[in-house]
Design a protein around this ligand. Structure first.
Ligand SMILES: NC(=O)C1=CN([C@@H]2O[C@H](COP(=O)(O)OP(=O)(O)OC[C@H]3O[C@@H](n4cnc5c(N)ncnc54)[C@H](OP(=O)(O)O)[C@@H]3O)[C@@H](O)[C@H]2O)C=CC1
Ligand SMILES: O=CC(=O)O
Length: 324
């Protein structure tokens, strides 16, 4: 008999078929309050779990006594209780690398659209106000040759540094837990402490995972260290930035603007002040949302689960210590 798995995402037909070659698949299109009980019940037999979104915490894992492997269709895994999984010997897989370049493109889109005020000016023209050439009230800021500060020089940080250095002639500063010889040699990047990065950067770009150490890493004190002309970009995770502190800094024009793809609570409420501030570009968590990359992420996650349950895991494992 094939092992049972629970899928909580819609997959392209060919990828669903690939899973079905190996497993009996119980599918939920996504997790909702309405289907939560059915989902928890389905976990009772499941050896594998694959999907994205939702909190897979201890109480969920307690409903899955047979679980051997979990595969998230994302690189971030802050919504999973990895410690409990590791204690139980459950393999946790994710999808690094396949989305790196696309997310770096999204960061550049946010840098350009906040600095050059692209959505605001496009809306101005669309609303019939374009009667002559624009005045200085609609001018933006240059991006080229400005200093970029990257928090988290990992895969996405490096891909961003490549774009900033090679494409826009931007000096690159970065902060991480350790220096990156690759960033230093390829992009002439300078490793520095957080305070120096905040004080010297024109664009402060957060590309960090959410952990206990990074939660609210950027709050009042850090925002106060940024230049009034600087822009904060967050594509890491919402809670890395203290959103209330950010809103205050933006309203008081203590920084120039913010480009945000992630928020403390998602979806961001339609009545959030962030949607009303003209110096904010707020995106609905679309860092990796292209047809090609979302397909590649799903394919990677499917292969990850098949390998974890039927073969030998060598890559994409978050807790390799559980592999025997
Ligand atoms: N908006 C979106 O749609 C997307 C968002 N993301 C987010 O981006 C994050 C980064 O992805 P990716 O680049 O692939 O991940 P990586 O692990 O390659 O990069 C993260 C970097 O941050 C460093 N880091 C971790 N903790 C700290 C800390 N406390 N202080 C300083 N540096 C730290 C890591 O160092 P070390 O190696 O030592 O851990 C690593 O160099 C993901 O975790 C996810 O949250 C990712 C994809 C899409
Ligand atoms: O936020 C997206 C991810 O892949 O992580």
């Amino acid at each position: 008999m094939k092992p049972s798995i629970v899928l909580y995402k819609i997959l392209p037909d060919d990828l669903l078929a690939r899973l079905e070659q190996h497993f009996t698949v119980l599918q939920f299109n996504r997790l909702t309050n309405e289907n939560r009980q059915d989902f928890l019940q389905a976990l009772g037999q499941a050896q594998g779990l694959i999907g994205s979104g939702g909190q897979i915490n201890k109480s969920v894992l307690d409903c899955a006594p047979e679980l051997k492997a979990v595969s998230t269709i994302s690189v971030g895994y802050d919504n999973f209780d990895v410690q409990t999984m590791t204690e139980r010997g459950i393999i946790m897989m994710h999808t690094p690398t396949v989305l790196t370049e696309t997310v770096a493109d999204t960061v550049m889109a946010l840098i350009l659209s906040t600095a050059r005020r692209v959505p605001e000016v496009a809306e101005w023209a669309r609303s019939g106000q374009w009667k002559g050439s624009v005045g200085s009230d609609l001018f933006g800021l240059d991006v080229h040759h400005k200093t970029i500060g990257i928090l988290g020089m990992g895969r996405i940080g490096l891909a961003l540094a490549q774009r900033a250095h090679g494409g826009f002639n931007m000096p690159v500063l970065y902060n991480d837990r350790q220096p990156s010889p690759e960033a230093n040699s390829r992009f002439n990047a300078r490793f520095c402490d957080l305070d120096t990065l905040l004080a010297e950067s024109d664009f402060v770009c957060v590309s960090l995972p959410l952990t206990e150490q990074t939660h609210h890493l950027i709050s009042d004190e850090q925002l106060a260290k940024m230049k009034p002309s600087a822009i904060l970009i967050n594509t890491g995770r919402g809670p890395v930035v203290d959103e209330a502190a950010l809103i205050n800094a933006l309203k008081q024009k203590r920084i120039y603007g913010a480009g945000l793809d992630v928020f403390e609570k998602e979806p961001l409420s339609a009545d959030s002040e962030l949607f009303r501030l003209p110096n904010v570009v707020a995106l609905p968590h679309i860092g990796s949302a292209t047809h090609e990359t979302r397909y590649n992420m799903a394919a990677c996650a499917v292969d990850n689960l098949i390998t974890a349950l039927t073969g030998k895991v060598t890559v994409n494992c978050v807790n390799p210590q559980v592999i025997k």
